[in-house]
Design a protein around this ligand. Sequence first.
Ligand SMILES: C[S@@+](CC[C@H](N)C(=O)[O-])C[C@H]1O[C@@H](n2cnc3c(N)ncnc32)[C@H](O)[C@@H]1O
Length: 408
Amino acid sequence: MGMWRFLEKQWSQATLGLLAGRTIASYERDFFTLKTVSLPKTQLAKDLEKLCKEKDGFLTLEEFYQEELYGEHGYYATKYRNVLTNTPPRWAHSMLHLCKLFGYHFFAELGPGDGRLAIMTLIEAEKAKYDLSWGGVEIAAPMREAITQNFKKYGFTAKKEFLVSQVKDMKVKDPCLFIFPYGLDSISPEVFINTSEHLDVPDSLVGVTIEKGILTEIILSPKQLASRGVSIKKGIYDDGKIQVDLSSWKLVPMQRAYIAPKVLHAVKDVVEKLPSTSRLCIIDEFRTDRGNYVSSHLLAPRNLLATERDCVDLVDGYERIGKTDYYFPFYLKSFLGFLKSLGIEVEYVDSEYYAAQILSTVKELPKETKLPGAYSQVIITAPLKGKKLAEKLDFPLDPSDLRTRIRS
Ligand SMILES: C[S@@+](CC[C@H](N)C(=O)[O-])C[C@H]1O[C@@H](n2cnc3c(N)ncnc32)[C@H](O)[C@@H]1O
């Protein structure tokens, strides 16, 4: 056993012993092992098994979650109303105010749900006699249908410039405020893992096979990764579309980190498509600290409907497929590091709840911003001009200095 492994084991055992009276054996069995699970006998499980066959006999976990959440029999197909938030009534007035402040006559959203924020903002704009139109990127078909109906109901169909399911299909002519309203943390992650015997960067992804209703987690081989266009070498993830530097993510053996390349794709694609005087406004749940770093998986899924939101019991998670509103918030600091590597300057970060009120009245963005301890944050960027996209993007894991001011 290497020195690191020995120290980690001692440390983990001591910590967990203190916290929960666990032994190292039960801790490793529960957390840091691959799972085998009998799936429920549902149509969704059958769809997943079929998809698995079609895709060379395995799925990456991003593919698995995507089907579980957004597939024909997935969570969003049946329970889509559960995922809507109370952002729209709190933000509509502020959104109009921000559009006026920056001189935008167009705003757009990724993950608009049933279009409530759009409708409420357009109602405010109409009252203020301010010319404003909207565009949306929404992956869930039932949501798109609801948006179309709502725009018709409120007489705003002519104000809808586009409604598409993917960023690549949108066409933006005018500079805009592009809003991500609780959309990014609904995008499915890949599950990165360190399979080495010591503290190290992730070197592969977890995947699953599903046969006769039995799901088995596997470590994807370099060949399997290559079949999806992916390589992971020395902490650098490359999928042909983006290269991400994950070398600061030091994981203990068999520890996982749930990181969504699709989030990075989505933000990068949006930035590339927007006129350079546009701004991003990200309203989302983030994690402001890393909790107990070595005793759990990093950024494990959260279940919105559970009191204990972090999904520590991975077996239970599989057994409940299609019944759980999973979402995947990431560390605020990692996301800010990523924006920086995209060449995007952040102008304002604050607690979402207060920011909505403050921003509905200010004449310019407040100069002092802070990283709040609260879950939900709003991030507003400077105009995207001068956007120089780095070759290798950053998604740093840096526990220090999480709560310091950005602009002090
Ligand atoms: C938690 S809901 C929030 C809905 C709405 N913005 C609200 O605040 O009520 C997340 C939304 O993001 C959408 N979504 C998830 N992944 C997406 C993707 N890759 N592209 C576009 N929309 C996505 C979901 O379908 C859903 O409508």
